[in-house]
Design a protein. Structure first.
Lengths: 332, 303
């Protein structure tokens, strides 16, 4: 295999894994808790901009550029986005279920607007450049550079995956599931549903912010155009295809859908004349929109689907008990 | 402060109000937030444009402006066609998507997500067919007439306001004084009980789609006539529509219209005070305050 091909595959996988992190965040909110976030792009953008502001060198024409280490930027991104999610959740989670959807949609619109218009902080439509990239001193050697960056993303995804799997199986994760399946029963057991939902929403948001930061540092440049509603939609498609409620499904869906997306971009570039490419790109979004609706109708569990039983206590019971205590499928 | 902002706000508010009536009806009767409703506005405008130019090519006389207005008889005729087609589109989406999801007894939030997917598909389809270049019903410039008190409005704008007022009164009478209106309110109270009482729930659902899509189409034509037609015009209105529907109180038609006017006026005021580029944030701020202070809205009931 040629060096270029390896470098390209590494680049592709690194990008896909940044989406996998977003998917893992969305899985905490939707897959495990049933909270519908229509503003994924907005939360990812908050993370990307916060980390960019913290780590870029001092810029004379805008606020900030604090030149802090990349890790500080990532942590700041997760904290800031978690806080923003907490506020949005605090405002809406106690109300009707789809008020959260409407409010998160509003967050995405507003974040986009702030990124575009608050030029003195966000750089306006031109965005922020010169975001430090991990292992930038190796940029002369594309192979080592891309492989090391891929390594960083793999470490991030694996650590997140292990932590989230642990959470999923912990008492906390099982309460979330109980609330999603039967809120009245969970309330009767003395679980404060609103508080658990709020915690899950904030944790999911923090992970999305981290995803935005890792992506920003991998690409090295951010602009408001990166955070349009299409991004929200892609992340949703990834999670639904992979199987919501399943962390491995979230990662698989991200790599798969990003692969289809990248391949279809290549196909359009080679099949359509240059003046028709904008149109063909619109058609590509139509097809993916129809695809998402079709999956919701035909196979709402996605490829991997959710594990029905996560408690190790239930596994110890006799098989006859286990059948009786199996929760109903969430997607019926 | 420029008094003209009141006129700008009222006109934008009338369009938001007409769209919000559809949102509030689907929300109270089908019980989900329909993110695809904005696309009915865009599709309505494009369908009217296509029908209008078709009528124009059939007979040039239809293009001659009527009295003081900027458009000829081709447009009112096209609006009738477009309302029917937009309603047909809404029914088609319901048959292919929401109806099937209802049959599967899907959770509300799955319906919301499906509407999100449908919105993206419908919008991109418009972009595919008509490209993203803005288009207009008429290139004719209109002179704004003074109305007294420093207010000015073009004949088109005054017509739009009058039509919006008539439509709201008509919908309100339909809901409160007719048999189908009573059925709709019964289904919104309790769908199972209404079905048991012999109300044809499917007919009510069809009526909701036809009514919502028809009003959205007219709002789209107004927006196209007074501003411009773009594939994103409906999507950009979505946040103001939701803000108005929630501010008015879910299920209340007069509430949706009044709240639409409030959102429109607040946007016009925001444009004057902080600048046009922040217009879209005004609806979000209103939404946050409503959710904080009065989540049931002006005319809604607390749950």
């Amino acid at each position: 295999m040629s060096v270029e091909l390896v470098a390209y595959v590494a680049f592709f996988l690194t990008m896909a894994l940044t989406y996998a992190v977003m998917c893992l965040g969305l899985n905490v909110q939707w897959g495990q808790t049933g909270l519908f976030n229509v503003g994924v792009a907005g939360f990812v953008a908050i993370g990307a901009y916060v980390s960019a502001l913290l780590t870029t060198p001092d810029a004379p024409d805008r606020f900030g550029g604090f030149g802090l280490p990349i890790l500080v930027g990532w942590l700041g991104a997760a904290l800031a986005t978690g806080l923003a999610s907490f506020l949005v959740g605090w405002l809406t989670i106690r109300l009707r279920a789809d008020y959260l959807a409407i409010a998160t949609f509003g967050v995405a619109v507003t974040v986009q607007l702030v990124a575009l218009n608050l030029q003195s902080v966000t750089g306006g439509p031109f965005g922020i450049g010169f975001i430090p990239r991990p292992f930038a001193n190796l940029a002369g050697d594309p192979l080592a550079f891309s492989l090391l960056n891929l390594g960083v993303l793999i470490v991030v995804v694996v650590l997140l995956y292990l932590a989230l799997e642990h959470l999923l199986r912990s008492p906390w994760g099982r309460v979330l599931r109980a609330i999603r399946e039967d809120e009245t029963a969970a309330l009767a057991l003395g679980k404060n549903a609103t508080r658990f939902r709020l915690q899950a929403f904030a944790i999911g948001g923090a992970i999305m912010g981290l995803a935005g930061a890792t992506q920003a540092h991998f690409v090295g440049f951010i602009a408001p155009d990166n955070y349009v509603p299409l991004l929200t939609f892609q992340v949703w498609a990834m999670l639904i295809v992979g199987g919501s409620g399943n962390n491995r499904g979230a990662i698989l869906g991200a790599v798969l859908v990003w692969g289809i997306w990248a391949a279809s971009a290549g196909a359009i570039a080679s099949l359509f004349p240059p003046d028709q490419q904008a149109r063909a790109a619109a058609l590509r979004i139509v097809l993916i929109g129809v695809g998402l609706c079709a999956i919701l109708l035909l196979r709402p569990r996605g490829i991997l689907g959710e594990e029905r039983v996560v408690s190790r206590h239930l596994a110890r019971l006799k098989p006859s008990h286990r059948v009786a205590s199996r929760p109903t499928p969430p997607d019926s | 402060m420029n008094p003209q902002l009141i006129m700008d706000g009222l006109i934008a508010g009338a369009m938001i109000g007409l769209g919000a009536i559809g949102i509030t009806l689907t929300y109270s009767i089908l019980r989900f937030a329909n993110f695809a409703h904005g696309e009915m506005i865009s599709w309505g405008a494009y369908l009217a444009l296509a029908a209008s130019s078709l009528f124009g090519t059939l007979s040039g006389a239809l293009l001659k402006p009527i009295g003081p207005f900027s458009f000829g008889w081709s447009l009112p005729l096209a609006v009738l066609v477009a309302v029917a087609l937009t309603a047909g589109l809404a029914l088609l989406v319901d048959t292919l998507l929401f109806g099937l999801l209802r049959k599967h007894r899907s959770a509300i939030i799955i319906m919301v997500m499906a509407s999100f997917g449908a919105s993206l598909a419908l919008r991109s389809l418009l972009e595919f067919i008509f490209t993203s270049k803005p288009v207009y019903f008429s290139k004719a410039l209109q002179i704004a007439l003074p109305l007294g008190g420093g207010l000015r409005a073009t004949p088109d704008q005054m017509l739009a306001l009058a039509i919006a007022a008539l439509l709201v009164i008509a919908v309100h009478i339909l809901l409160t004084r007719t048999a189908i209106g009573r059925s709709m309110r019964a289904v919104s109270e309790n769908q199972q009980l209404a079905g048991v009482a012999g109300i044809d729930v499917r007919k009510v659902i069809r009526t909701v789609w036809v009514l919502g899509a028809g009003l959205a189409c007219i709002a789209g034509v107004m927006a196209g006539l007074l501003v411009q037609i773009r594939p994103y015009m409906g999507f950009d209105l979505l946040l103001p529509l939701f803000a108005a529907a929630i501010l008015g109180g879910i299920g209340s038609v007069p509430g949706a219209m009044l709240a639409g006017l409030i959102v429109g006026l607040a946007e016009a005021l925001g444009v004057q005070l902080i600048g046009a580029e922040w217009r879209a944030a005004v609806a979000f701020i209103i939404l946050v305050f409503v959710l904080l202070l009065r989540p049931q809205g002006l005319f809604g009931r607390a749950e």
